[in-house]
Design a protein around this ligand. Sequence first.
Ligand code: C2O
Ligand code: CU
Length: 458
Amino acid sequence: MTFTRRQVLTSAAALAMLPRRALAAMPELVAAETRQQIAPDGYPDTAIWSYGGGTPGPEIRVLQGARVARRLVNRLPQPTAVHWHGIRIDNAMDGVPGLTQEAVTEGASFDYDFTVPDAGTYWYHSHNRSMEQVARGLYGALIVDEPQAPDVDRDIVLMLDDWRLDPETAAIDGNFDNGHDLSHAGRFGNLMTVNGRFDPAFEVKQHERLRLRLVNAANARVFEIGLDGLEGWIVALDGMPLDAPLPVGGAFALAPAQRADLFVDVTAESGAAASLLSIERDGGYGLCRFDVSGQGARARRNAPAPLPANPLPEIGDLAAAPLHEMRLQGGAMRWLESARLGETEMSGQELAQLGKFWALNGRADRPDTPFLDAARGSLHRIAFVNETNFDHGMHLHGHHFRLIGADGAPGPWRDTVLVPPRETRQIALVADNPGRWLLHCHMLGHAMSGMTSWFRVA
Ligand code: C2O
Ligand code: CU
């Protein structure tokens, strides 16, 4: 049978009209405006930007080594892109506009397709104008399960955020270019949430062992995390298992973008409530509650065994590794005298007028030449020297690194390191993932106003 010309034309037109997803079965991740109850009940709901209709976006959970494929569809009023934070990913899938892809314009889409080499707790978030887009809700959890499930009764993802809402209308404060925020600690909010809700509650039983996967999705706030009615251990940081689980004593810091996996045993009695606390100088308050009813099947257990290690590179001879210094400069009370922006050396005042308040080694923008040009597989040390009066959470893309302890020995694997004011933190990096990788402060306002650089592995 042959087609008439008319039939051919009709069927070609019909095919062209089919939505693209009918041709390729890639699940969509639609970024769009929506509304959600963020403030406590009784307040109005809030217009947010979300993946898949809510914040956090859909939890993506796969087995270690699996493939993740999502078509980002942009229904936002701005270009966007998705970064898969902490995944040692193929460079082309890293989601950094201007470095690994073009921003996805309004109405357009982009196919992300990659495999996940490491088990652990990761997250995805917008990487275009992230200072605004993450603050409006564009993030979600990416959980990679160990092939053998660890011995816990529940696995609970807790994404922490810090919203700045109008106290009456609950609308998001839309002033993202506020020079005061940018030049100080960043955009702090006035409402702390867990999983996009104020003070949510989870049902648990006494003596149950929970795995709590904490993700700090806030723009700028360093949470000091404490436990009440729970006794536990940190078993992984930034997705990577610790060699030995670390008992949670007092509070521990969780900087923006950092993750901590805890195993906690519910010690509070049936009828009582346990909670995850945010500790502050003048006390603490609950971030979320665990309502205890009944008793789990097993009484108290032994301390947990370490999680199985991920296939990370060996750190070789540290002493032989070149040491690169990255000086963190600027901000309030240590104002930049000058720094380079593009080809031009500018005064601090000129830079401030352009919304730049910070610099990395004298550069207030992402330079054309990388901070570090590394041969594939080579070992490097980087010293982050914080000359400012503020905390910075320095993040490297595409790699994890080991934090070097005060004793000079390699410590935990991380992808984001908190560098307190006037202190230095040294890391060891095996540059084994080829490509162009961003390196920036994860206080998102700082990244936007000067603290962004990059490195290359070839
Ligand atoms: Cu989570 Cu470049 O960031
Ligand atoms: Cu910073």
